[in-house]
Ligand binder design. Structure first.
Ligand code: ADP
Length: 407
């Protein structure tokens, strides 16, 4: 069974073609700058022969429809030999950012499901319309092929009311559905499952804290396999310090900025989402650049590292209190997998909570699941590469075959 995974964003389409027999990635790539003067399609192809080929094409990509057509061209190009034609694709799995309260698990896309995703546009105005474009275009290009939606929010639908309610007038929840939803659910669930495999335990008996640190950052408290709290909220802005997003701020900041700094809503929105986080603190949002600058004495870069890792530690402490017993803490995503300094600083002073990082084990870039804690650590610490595409492919297959998806 070959499944095409599509992550359709506002100006890009990321894709992977996965052969579920052996879970081999046959092709992975990206269409960027959709709608701009010059778009780029790049793809790495790994046909059955094992030969790796890179394709890069630069041309105007007017819209998502053209973008998806280019993806199909690359995949079916006789020279690359990845697939002979569109018919070889048996299902298409889509990442959908916001499933609201309707979707608790991956779902076969029907007209009703499309309508429900549409109804959640107000909750994710940047993401859901782009996801819907991807689904509609794929539907036109692959008539009759089953499409599955895998929601970023679904894994967090087990969070109890005491954790998902904000202390706001209740009609805001009842009428507007304002509550914590959480995101990165596919990643948290995937690394939790991988961690359980590594620990040779059932996920249903484990309490875990999963720490996803990429450009976007979030943390999840997982009790017996179920998400019971998470740091991202109504939107992907709350919680940890991210590449360009602020994470937690005093809600009164917004009034202050409006009253004293003459900023309107759009300006505040842009500032908190695109100009804050690591970038706001030091002008850089890539942790590799930040380390380089720290090495030459850049104080702002040092502060950015301190602020981010302190916030991580504060949330880990909070989620330990939420869970009581914690069996493992899992680091994942770009920073979580690659940055031993961030991991170490995020776990400072935690020996009293039973967390002992082994500095030698921690001193590596994680390429496969590895134990990073000492043998005597009561709470294990793992580095586990996330793989959202594979998780979407597995979930899509499970929907088609009727297998159990959840732990
Ligand atoms: P996204 O949220 O876009 O999926 P990723 O999970 O790919 O992001 O993470 C991207 C971030 O990972 C980069 O912005 C950078 O800060 C960080 N990163 C990537 N490689 C390294 C590295 N070797 N060391 C430290 N940080 C890294």
């Amino acid at each position: 069974m070959k499944i095409l995974i599509v992550n359709s964003g506002s100006s890009s389409i990321k894709f992977q073609l996965i052969d579920m027999g052996g879970e081999k990635v046959l092709a992975s790539g990206l269409v960027e700058r959709i709608g701009e003067e010059k778009g780029v399609v790049s793809c790495t192809l790994r046909p059955e022969t094992g030969l790796k080929a890179k394709v890069e094409r630069s041309e105007k990509v007017e819209d998502h429809s053209k973008g998806m057509r280019l993806v199909v061209d690359v995949l079916t190009d006789p020279a690359s030999g990845v697939i002979s034609g569109k018919d070889s694709i048996e299902a298409i799995g889509h990442r959908v950012v916001h499933g609201g309260e309707e979707f608790h698990s991956p779902t076969l896309i029907t007209a009703e499901v499309l309508e429900a995703i549409e109804n959640n546009v107000a909750l994710a105005p940047l993401h859901n319309p782009a996801n819907l474009d991807g689904i509609r275009v794929a539907g036109e290009l692959f008539p009759g092929v089953k499409q599955i939606a895998v929601f970023d929010t679904a894994f967090h639908q087990t969070i109890p009311p005491k954790a998902y309610h904000y202390a706001l007038p209740s009609e805001l929840y009842e009428k507007e559905k304002i509550r914590r939803y959480g995101f990165h659910g596919t990643s948290h669930q995937y690394v939790a499952q991988e961690c359980a495999k590594q620990m040779k335990r059932s996920l249903t008996e484990l309490n875990l804290i999963t720490v996803h640190l990429g450009n976007g950052c979030s943390m999840c408290a997982i009790e017996r396999g179920l998400s019971v709290d998470t740091s991202l909220g109504l939107t992907p802005l709350e919680g940890l310090v991210m590449g360009t997003r602020s994470g937690d701020v005093d809600p009164a900041l917004h009034f202050f900025l409006a009253r004293n700094c003459g900023m309107d809503i759009k300006r505040i929105d842009d500032m908190l989402n695109k100009e804050s986080g690591l970038k706001g603190l030091c002008g850089m949002n890539d942790m590799r650049d930040i380390h380089e600058q720290i090495a030459v004495g850049n104080k702002r870069a040092r502060l950015a590292l301190e602020v981010q890792t302190y916030r991580n530690r504060k949330y880990i402490g909070a989620f330990m209190a939420v869970l009581g017993r914690v069996d493992a803490i899992v680091f994942t995503a770009g920073i979580g997998e690659n940055d031993s300094i961030v991991r170490a600083k995020s776990l400072e002073k935690m020996e009293h909570f039973g967390v002992e990082l082994d500095s030698q084990r921690n001193d590596q870039r994680v390429r496969e699941p590895v134990l990073l804690s000492s043998d005597s650590s009561r709470v294990q610490v793992w580095g586990i590469p996330t793989n959202e595409e594979l998780a979407i492919a597995r979930a899509s297959k499970a929907v088609l075959t009727g297998e159990e998806v959840c732990p």
